[in-house]
Write a new protein. Structure first.
Length: 353
């Protein structure tokens, strides 16, 4: 029995796009529009790109994670965001040459096919997990790895053959090592250990009391169990912890160093499975955890350099929804029709209005 998951493959058009001749036909025809979508448990963002007029438009809708709200509601949210973005560039659904829908909760080929069949109005459509768009935004669709660490954590890598694999992303009960949730939870635990006298003194105890607006550590029983302390509120404590770590609190600094080590371990696992440890490639860091990069990066980079000396840390210059749009550009055979620097400037200008 194998104890390591096999690498899968992205749609071939993501890695080896069709000819530019095919792409040029789209621009000259009535289908010169592309769409990228980034959908999750909170919101759905779509960007439409009308290449004939060189216009981009944005659309926003509610959550679209089918695991949380069901497929029908997720499809409705994606369609709403897409139509709003198309209207902004003076286009309609039948003008779309390719749409890439990167949606949280789509975890395999069966999920992808089921989601795609709801969008027959587009000439071509690819539905994939949202981490694929994150990878595309961080590496500009090149061989490399993306580490996503916000409330949860997930690592994905793709090699130049189109093989991809993941590590982590198992959720807060069975995984999420290195994520904001685990950092915050570790901080709370360390504060309570300090209160008991089971651990060294740490400023995290007072910060915990202040952060959760309680008088005593004993009140955490009520906050956690009776008030059902949410994942987001646990994760949010990481920011206060970072402040203490920067002031020199040893316990807080150790927790961040351990988080970096866990994220580095996940990246190394992906690099080994993709057989790129001897290559030079980017490792894109995405998510709120990396706001505290000076606390996370030393241990993360140390782990990386041990297994892949050619790995280079980068921070994405475009958001994940733009990564989905880049994949649509490739899939339509239009990669040579855009200049990446101009694409980056255009999409960031649109999204930061």
């Amino acid at each position: 029995m194998e104890n390591t998951a096999k690498a899968c493959y992205l749609p071939k058009d993501f890695i080896n796009p069709p000819s530019e001749t095919i792409g040029s036909k789209f621009i000259s025809s009535n289908m010169g529009c592309l769409i990228g979508v980034d959908g999750g448990g909170t919101k759905t963002l779509a960007v439409a790109y009308n290449l004939k007029d060189d216009k981009m438009g944005i659309g926003l809708a509610g959550p679209s994670n089918p695991e949380s709200i069901g497929t029908a509601a997720a499809v409705d949210a994606v369609r709403k965001a897409s139509l709003v973005s198309l209207t902004a560039v003076g286009a309609a659904s039948d003008n779309v040459a390719c749409a890439v829908l990167s949606i949280a909760g789509i975890t395999g080929d069966q999920d992808s096919r089921m989601f795609e069949k709801n969008f027959t109005e587009f000439s071509s459509v690819h539905a994939t997990n949202d981490v694929v768009a994150a990878w595309a935004s961080g590496t500009m669709c090149k061989q490399g790895i993306a580490i996503i660490a916000g409330t949860g954590s997930h690592t994905i890598g793709v090699n130049d053959k189109g093989a991809y694999c993941r590590a982590g992303g198992w959720g807060h009960i069975t995984g999420d090592e290195g994520a904001g949730y685990m950092i915050g939870l570790s901080g709370i635990r360390e504060a309570l250990r300090c209160y008991d006298g089971r651990a060294e003194k740490t400023a995290l105890l007072k910060r915990m009391l202040d952060f959760y607006e309680i008088q005593s550590a004993d009140d955490m029983l009520r906050v956690v169990y009776k008030e059902n302390l949410s994942k987001d509120r646990i994760s949010a404590f990481a920011e206060a912890m970072a402040d203490e770590a920067m002031k020199g609190d040893k316990a807080a600094a150790r927790i961040f160093a351990e988080a970096g080590k866990e994220l580095g371990t996940a990246a190394c696992a992906v690099a080994r499975r993709l057989e790129i440890c001897d290559k030079t490639f980017p490792v894109a860091l995405i998510g709120s955890v990396f706001i505290s990069k000076q606390l996370i990066l030393p241990s993360l980079e140390s782990m990386l350099k041990q297994c892949a000396p050619g790995a280079n840390i980068v921070f994405p210059s475009i958001p994940p929804v733009a990564g989905a749009l880049l994949l649509a550009v490739r899939s339509a055979g239009l990669w040579q029709s855009i200049t990446l620097s101009k694409f980056e400037q255009k999409v960031n200008s649109l999204l930061h209005k």
